[in-house]
Ligand binder design. Structure first.
Ligand SMILES: Nc1ncnc2c1ncn2[C@@H]1O[C@H](COP(=O)(O)OP(=O)(O)OP(=O)(O)O)[C@@H](O)[C@H]1O
Ligand SMILES: [Mg+2]
Length: 278
């Protein structure tokens, strides 16, 4: 993928309300806790993301990563603590007029009744960013970057899991966001496409200084392109540092998480059975 080809679809645009050029934004998470009934999912989580940074969040399944991302996108309201994007509460409608933010959902979240093309064209049409020819050029270019341009007229139900994932990333690129939130952007993709997604995230940072927060289980993505990596376990941020700090960590939870050993003699599920008397 050449720098010029990305530039055509991801170049900075002007804020439709202020006319100012879009700049990367900062994110601040302060003492964030979230419970669903009796279930405490996030426990006093705090961190800052700098403008233009690639901040990766890793952690076991069920540790609260998607819930954390939903709070940053303003889709969930904290039980206590707060999240701000460039000093603004992301859950308020007026903040969405000031900061352009896109979330790539874990399961894609495409509109099933719309074709792939119309899924991508929806945001620029609603925000009247350009005539239909300009929108078409932008949409088709984003689909091409993700190698799904052949699927423009198909519906989401006709796509494989990996194709849906790529279409949802293309949709986020078309929105030309200042803050991009990705929930498992490389899951369900073959290794080469996974590497392509990592390159896209890194290019958006280097050339357009987009701020990216990436939830992932992809160790190679985290260690290659992240500026910092936070590890979330059972709702707590147990570690925050550079990829280098992470690989040098002596914390047994992190060592086991990054390099789990398959031990056929002493399988984990047997230990769990004994512990919980299942
Ligand atoms: N809307 C909700 N209502 C009730 N419980 C929820 C809700 N959303 C998430 N949870 C619970 O919060 C916990 C964390 O969920 P979350 O989706 O954040 O996990 P995750 O770290 O993203 O896991 P995975 O790696 O499997 O995607 C889970 O126990 C889940 O059941
Ligand atoms: Mg998740």
């Amino acid at each position: 993928m050449s720098a010029e080809s990305l530039e055509a679809s991801c170049s900075k645009t002007r804020n439709p309300f202020t006319g100012a050029e879009a700049d990367a934004v900062s994110v601040k998470v302060e003492g964030l806790s979230k419970s669903f009934g009796d279930l405490s999912v996030l426990k006093n989580v705090s961190f800052d993301v700098k403008p233009g940074e690639i901040f990766v969040i890793m952690g076991p399944s069920g540790s609260g990563k998607s819930v954390l991302l939903r709070h940053i996108a303003g889709l969930d309201i904290p039980t206590s603590g707060k999240v701000t994007v460039e000093g603004l509460d992301p859950s308020l409608a007026e903040s969405r007029d000031r900061v352009r933010l896109a979330l790539v959902f874990q399961a894609g979240a495409l509109f099933n009744s719309l074709s792939v093309y119309d899924n991508l064209a929806l945001y620029p049409r609603e925000h009247r960013s350009g005539d239909e020819n300009a929108i078409r050029a932008r949409v088709m270019h984003a689909l091409k970057i993700l190698s799904v341009e052949q699927s423009a007229q198909q519906f989401p139900s006709e796509l494989s899991g990996g194709m849906k994932k790529r279409v949802s990333i293309a949709r986020a690129l078309v929105m030309e966001p200042q803050l991009l939130l990705y929930d498992e952007p490389t899951s369900e993709l073959d290794p080469v496409m996974g590497a392509t997604i990592s390159e896209i995230i890194a290019t958006l940072k280097n050339e357009y200084s987009v701020t990216s927060i990436v939830v992932t289980h992809d160790r190679s993505l985290a260690l290659t392109i992240a500026n910092r990596v936070g590890i979330l376990m059972a709702g707590k941020l147990i570690s925050l540092g550079s990829p280098d700090d992470l690989t040098k960590s002596k914390d047994p939870r992190i060592v086991d998480f990054l390099n789990p050993k398959i031990d056929i003699e002493h399988p984990r599920f047997k230990k769990l059975e004994t512990k919980d008397n299942l």
